[in-house]
Design a protein around this ligand. Structure first.
Ligand code: NI
Length: 174
């Protein structure tokens, strides 16, 4: 089931999400819906608060080549356990901030620990787009958006555009 994606500004995108206590049927259904919603958008990552669920769940698939096999990953309660000193800059976007992009600097590589849908602990080192994406999505679980890394003027300009987009959509000019 494709779920509607919240558009910034929305108070739910500014909150710290709760840890998942157990991998219930609800959590599995949420993850399945989030993957479907992400692929449909299309995007390379999605966090549960973006569909209005205040739980620490993210999904990703940063395989961009259309001929390559997909690699959907569901990360429950993800934690960055190590970050490289080396930084890299990517032009980031966000499904909650459609059609707005800006350069954000983050650690180039991160090691992340999480629980998978079988309840097993997983750990992996991510690099490149995967590293950017996993850090961007974990930020969502802490109420942080990529525009929070920008200067106040740029952030306000993007926020005003999103307010206008939401007004237009509410009026049905979409
Ligand atoms: Ni995002």
């Amino acid at each position: 089931m494709i779920r509607p994606i919240l558009i910034h500004p929305d108070p739910r995108l500014k909150k710290v999400c709760e840890s998942v206590a157990e991998i219930s049927a609800d959590v599995r259904k949420l993850a399945e819906d989030m993957l479907q919603t992400m692929y449909d958008a299309p995007g390379v990552g999605l966090a549960a608060p973006q569909v209005g669920v205040m739980k620490r769940v993210i999904v990703m698939d940063c395989i961009k080549q259309p001929e390559a096999a997909p690699r959907p990953i569901v990360l429950v309660n993800p934690v960055v356990v190590w970050s490289s000193d080396d930084l890299s800059t990517y032009e980031e976007g966000c499904l909650s901030i459609p059609e707005q992009y800006a350069d954000v600097q983050r650690p180039e590589r991160v090691r992340v620990q999480w629980t998978d849908l079988d309840g097993a602990e997983q750990q992996e080192e991510f690099a490149g787009l995967w590293a950017t994406c996993v850090q961007h999505e974990i930020d969502h679980l802490n109420g942080k958006l990529f525009i929070d890394y920008l200067g106040p003027l740029k952030r306000q300009m993007i926020t005003r555009k999103m307010q206008k987009l939401k007004r237009d959509r509410a009026r049905g000019d979409d």
